[in-house]
Structure formats: structure tokens, C-alpha cells
Design a protein around this ligand. Structure first.
Ligand SMILES: Nc1ncnc2c1ncn2[C@@H]1O[C@H](COP(=O)(O)OP(=O)(O)OP(=O)(O)O)[C@@H](O)[C@H]1O
Ligand SMILES: [Mg+2]
Length: 406
């Protein structure tokens, strides 16, 4: 009858597939239990998840041990857990798969500081070691080129794609850099869809950890198209503290919920003003009102930023405060907000999916609406919005008249 030593000796002849060493030399053999004359249990701990390796090992071990009379060989094999498939390339649609995470920066209202927040958080994330991009998807009022000091720079085209600009360690592309300065387009329906998709697909985005997307204000076709085109990792909301703004903020947060986008937090911007000459603090728009709405939506306040002339100047002059005045109170708050956001992104990164909000419109049927998608449309995500039709039509930007569908 074979002994445990005999079994181990035989196992020294089982070569690990693809290598010249045996499973014993590699240290993969963990245990051998002899049950009776004809049966034993062999426990292995291997480093590969490949099915073929497992199958070959089982075959070889069984064959070797049958040489010494063991007919029933139970092989207990532990191997690393298979990587959970990243939903951002598998579930639903992703037209920019080289980008790991997408953060939608939204607000219910215009002018509350979305672009300023996008710029400073993105640079802060890059300063914390991430590969970061900014997509200025505000087709109505693209301000990112000015804020990043890129105004007037020519886009470089490679083949039929455009190269992002680089500023402050961040890759940047904006609708503003692709349109003539000061030009006004009347964006409707399918044009919006096409524009947003081109900004993702036809720009030579590098492999990025995070793409921050500065959205137009509100909850319309641009938001829906973006959510349907890529699995948005999370959305953040920028608001000022007064109640009128918070009402709109709720709309924007509800949109995230309806689009199944995790809420990454709220930035309370223009929260108090400290007079540079007398240092008295005044609550111009109020202060601290976002905590309540954050808990209402089961999220948190990423940061509160005061009204500070240096923030506005940084935007106007293309010298973002977080980079250019890193020791200022506001720069430190942006850095802190970015690290909270990065921690949240790490937590939810694998869960992003957009399968549930894909359009269901039958091929050839227009799903066009010409108005911004109100709540109900965002909820169904399949009806009444050009952002979602499976018939994009020509979709070429046209000025005025008709939405471009069909
Ligand atoms: N905390 C702040 N302190 C001082 N000025 C600020 C602050 N935040 C933003 N601003 C200024 O307020 C103006 C509006 O900000 P910004 O353009 O970022 O808002 P927005 O929400 O992106 O606007 P829009 O809806 O038009 O895109 C800008 O001039 C900006 O420099
Ligand atoms: Mg803006």
C-alpha cells in the first residue's frame, strides 16, 4: 500500500503546465491525506484561474497516482478568485472603454460653479496621482478652455480624430475648442446625442483613471445621452446654498437616481464670503444648507467653498486656484473634496452599469423630442428623447429648424 511519502514523491513528477518545475517545487502542494488503500485527497493552492491549467493538473495527478495503486484521487484545488468583470466594458454601452471611471458634474441651475468645480477637482485628482481628463460637454456655454488657459488654441487632428489638450496635468477637450468662438448653435434632439457621442468617441482619449464631465445645467438630453453612452461611475452635484438653488439641486439628484448613477456627493459652492479687507464673514447665499439635502439623498457634502475672488480670478485667467495657489484655504478644500471623491470612486468603480437605461425604441423609429427631457423622460430613459433612439438619423449639427432625426 502506498504511503504519504510515496504520494508526494509521485507528485514531484507532476509538472506545472507551461513550466519546467513541478507542483511540489513551486510549493503548490498543500496537503495529502491517505483515506485507504485506494483513495486519497490531494490539496493544491495554485496561482492561475485558467480552466485549462486546472484540467491538465487534475489529469496528470490522477494518472501519476494511479501508477502507485490509487484509484480514487480527490483533488481539492484552490485558486485566485476570478476578477469580477468590470461592468463598464461589459454591461450596457461604453463607447470610451479606455477610460475607467466617468464622473458627471451636474447642477440644477446655471452659474453655480460647475465648471469651476470640475476644473479644480480634476486637477486635484491629478495632483493625487490619477490620470485625469476633463470633457467639457456644456454644448451651450463651454467655459473650460478659458478656465484651463487653453483659449484660442488650435485642435490637433490625427486621422479623423482630435487630440485632447494638456493643461495642469489633465487631458482636456471642449465643445468650445471645436466650435468657432462666439458661435451659437441651436442644439436639438439628435444633434445633442451626436455631439456628446463624438466628444467621447472621436477624441483620442488616453487611458484614463477618471474623466470628469462638465455638463450643461439641468436634466436634459445631454445628461441622458451621456448616461446611455458610457457607464457613469458617479455623479456629483454642485449647488449654492440658498433654498431656491437647492430645489433645483434635488431635481438633479433625482435624475442621478433615475439613471441609476451613484451619487458621489454635493459641493456647496459660494458658501459664505470672507471680506478680504475686514475678514468679516457674510452669508451671501447662506451656508451649510447642503448637509440636509445630502442626507436626504444618502450622500455627503464633498466640500464647502466660500465665495473667494481668487477662485473667480483663477477661472477668468486660466490659472486654477488649486494648482496656482495650493496653500489657499480653497485649494486645500478642493484637495480634500477630491480625496473624498476618489475614495467613493474606488468603492463604486466596479458597479457602474447602464444596461437598464438603454433605449428600447424599435429600429427605424424615431425617439425624438425637441424639449429638454423632464423627470418622466429621464425615468423611462427610452421614450421621448433623441438622446436614446436607435435611429440617430443624420445627426449632423445644423443650425436651427428640426431636430435632425430621420
Ligand atoms: N467659490 C467661488 N468664488 C468666487 N467665484 C466663483 C466661485 N465659484 C465660481 N465662481 C465664479 O462664478 C462664475 C460662474 O461659475 P461657473 O462658470 O463655474 O458656473 P457654472 O455652473 O459652470 O455655470 P454654467 O451653468 O453657465 O455653465 C464664474 O465666473 C466663476 O469664476
Ligand atoms: Mg459651466
Amino acid at each position: 500500500m502506498a504511503s504519504i511519502a510515496d504520494i508526494k514523491k509521485e507528485l514531484e513528477n507532476v509538472i506545472y503546465p507551461g513550466f519546467s518545475k513541478s507542483i511540489v517545487e513551486f510549493g503548490f502542494l498543500k496537503d495529502v491525506v491517505l483515506k485507504d488503500e485506494f483513495s486519497c485527497i490531494v490539496t493544491l493552492d495554485i496561482t492561475s484561474t485558467a480552466q485549462e491549467i486546472e484540467a491538465k493538473l487534475r489529469q496528470d495527478i490522477t494518472a501519476k497516482l494511479s501508477n502507485i495503486g490509487l484509484r480514487f484521487v480527490e483533488i481539492v484545488l484552490s485558486k485566485p478568485k476570478e476578477q469580477v468583470q468590470k461592468s463598464n466594458s461589459q454591461s450596457g454601452s461604453n463607447i470610451a472603454p479606455q477610460i475607467k471611471n466617468f464622473i458627471m458634474v451636474s447642477s440644477g441651475k446655471g452659474g453655480v460653479g460647475k465648471s469651476t468645480t470640475t476644473v479644480n477637482l480634476a486637477i486635484a485628482a491629478a495632483m493625487q496621482g490619477k490620470r485625469v481628463g476633463i470633457l467639457d460637454a456644456d454644448i451651450y456655454g463651454p467655459n473650460i478652455p478659458r478656465m484651463m488657459g487653453l483659449q484660442g488654441q488650435e485642435v490637433e487632428v490625427v486621422g479623423n480624430k482630435a487630440k485632447p489638450f494638456k493643461a495642469y496635468g489633465v487631458d482636456v477637450m471642449s465643445m468650445g475648442s471645436l466650435m468657432e468662438e462666439g458661435q451659437a448653435l441651436i442644439w436639438r434632439g439628435a444633434m445633442i446625442m451626436k455631439a456628446i457621442q463624438q466628444l467621447l468617441r472621436d477624441i483620442l482619449w488616453d487611458e484614463l483613471d477618471i474623466l470628469f464631465i462638465d455638463m450643461p445645467p439641468g436634466t436634459g438630453d445631454a445628461q441622458l445621452t451621456l448616461a446611455q453612452s458610457v457607464p457613469v461611475t458617479c455623479g456629483i452635484n454642485v449647488t449654492t446654498p440658498q433654498h431656491v438653488a437647492l430645489d433645483d439641486s434635488r431635481r438633479s439628484l433625482n435624475m442621478f437616481k433615475k439613471l441609476n448613477i451613484p451619487i458621489g456627493g454635493i459641493v456647496e459652492n459660494m458658501s459664505g464670503f470672507i471680506c478680504p479687507s475686514c475678514e468679516t464673514e457674510s452669508d451671501i447665499f447662506g451656508k451649510g444648507t447642503c448637509e440636509e439635502i445630502a442626507s436626504e439623498f444618502d450622500t455627503f457634502v464633498l466640500g464647502t467653498l466660500p465665495i473667494e475672488p481668487a477662485i473667480r480670478l483663477g477661472g477668468d485667467n486660466g490659472k486654477p486656484i488649486v494648482f496656482c495657489e495650493p496653500n489657499s484655504v480653497s485649494a486645500k478644500r478642493y484637495m480634500m473634496a477630491a480625496s473624498k471623491l476618489l475614495a467613493f470612486v474606488d468603492e463604486v468603480s466596479d458597479k457602474a452599469e447602464n444596461a437598464s437605461i438603454q433605449p428600447t425604441t424599435a429600429p427605424g423609429v424615431s425617439a425624438c423630442s425637441t424639449s429638454a427631457a423632464p423627470k418622466k423622460e429621464a425615468a423611462t430613459a427610452s421614450s421621448g428623447c433623441c438622446g436614446g433612439g436607435s435611429n440617430p438619423g443624420s445627426g449632423e449639427p445644423k443650425t436651427g429648424g428640426g431636430c435632425g432625426c430621420n
